[in-house]
Design a protein around this ligand. Structure first.
Ligand SMILES: C[S@@+](CC[C@H](N)C(=O)[O-])C[C@H]1O[C@@H](n2cnc3c(N)ncnc32)[C@H](O)[C@@H]1O
Ligand code: SF4
Length: 301
């Protein structure tokens, strides 16, 4: 039982994170480091300090209040020494223009349920519900399970947006309380998976196979991030198609074309590995769509 967890956003009226109108809760912390991740503020479990240059008025309040001397103006340019910064948040509280913002906050089960329940009428009218995303929600599996159980008590539909990367027994335990899964498949080849995400794809494949073998394939919507030069290669698409063809009951795969978020990484002081900034071509998307349709899947783009 975990009475509180750590989230970095709660978005209401979402229509892209599962069926109907949904509230999406973004959990902090992720064991993966996908090169293209558009939610880098969700990677670390601790709070993340984000700096918005266009809001900065150059008053240097942050420099003066930082207890670790982690902030300076080098040649007039704001700089946070991320090795010194402990994300204590004092600079964010003191910044008069909102140029510094602390991402991430603790919430209790009760607080989160209050937020989720605000839109129950919308969920009911649209066959929607709540989606747990991140970061990787499975990292906080005890808190996640508590929330899922509360939702089930109240008959609120739940979706888990996940990389599937978790120990088998953790995944199995959480899955019991989930209505549908938005399950990401990124790279079929394990060495490539390790290079581009930092972890092996074996637990991901194992957990998905377990779901399908237990008769829950129909509760899974696959998601495939189409990342130019990394996941969109013929070799990868064929590898994934081969794996998917071993899974029973899965009917849908959603293609998520790459979008660039260089600016977010700059604001967080994080390294962005992607050299490509353009979305995949229409031809490439068409080819991938057709290939997955050949497996009998409905392909949403
Ligand atoms: C940020 S992840 C969070 C959930 C979980 N950690 C996962 O990877 O599925 C949510 C979705 O965004 C997708 N995604 C991440 N970065 C993206 C990008 N730059 N372009 C398109 N989709 C992206 C992921 O593939 C995943 O389907
Ligand atoms: S698993 Fe999801 S949240 Fe984690 S780094 Fe990859 S895309 Fe981002």
């Amino acid at each position: 039982m975990a009475n509180s967890g750590f989230v970095f956003d709660i978005k209401r009226f979402e229509v892209h994170d599962g069926p109907g109108i949904r509230t999406t809760v973004f959990f902090k912390g992720c064991p993966l480091r996908c090169w293209w991740c558009h939610n880098p503020e969700g990677m670390y479990f601790s709070e993340s300090v984000m700096y918005f240059e266009y809001k900065c008025i150059g008053c240097r309040t942050c420099v003066n209040v930082c207890p670790l001397d982690a902030i300076s103006f080098d040649f007039g340019k704001h700089h946070i020494d991320r090795l010194k910064c402990s994300s204590c948040g004092i600079c964010c509280e003191s910044c008069p223009s909102g140029a510094l913002t602390c991402i991430g906050r603790a919430v209790t089960v009760d607080e989160l349920m209050t937020e989720i329940q605000k839109d129950v009428i919308l969920y009911d009218n649209s066959e929607g519900g709540v989606t747990f995303s991140g970061g990787e929600p499975l990292v906080q599996y005890e808190f996640l399970t508590d929330i899922l159980k509360e939702c089930r008590k109240l008959d609120i539909h739940t979706a888990l947006d996940t990389s599937g990367y978790a120990l088998e027994d953790v995944f199995e335990h959480v899955a019991e309380n989930v209505d549908i899964f938005l399950y990401d498949l990124k790279l079929a080849d394990n060495p490539s998976h390790i290079i581009y995400t930092g972890v092996s794809n074996e637990p991901i494949k194992k957990n998905l196979k377990m779901l399908a073998d237990s008769g829950r394939g129909g509760d899974v919507i696959l998601r495939f991030p189409v990342i130019p030069g990394i996941t969109d290669t013929q070799e990868n698409v064929e590898g994934l198609a081969e794996f998917i063809s071993t899974l029973d009951g899965i009917k849908e795969i959603d293609l998520l074309p790459f979008h660039d978020i260089t600016e977010k990484y700059t604001r967080l002081g994080m390294k962005y590995n992607m050299s490509v900034q353009t979305a995949p071509s229409k031809e490439k998307l068409k080819y991938i769509k057709k290939r997955f349709e050949q497996l009998g899947l409905y392909v949403k783009l």
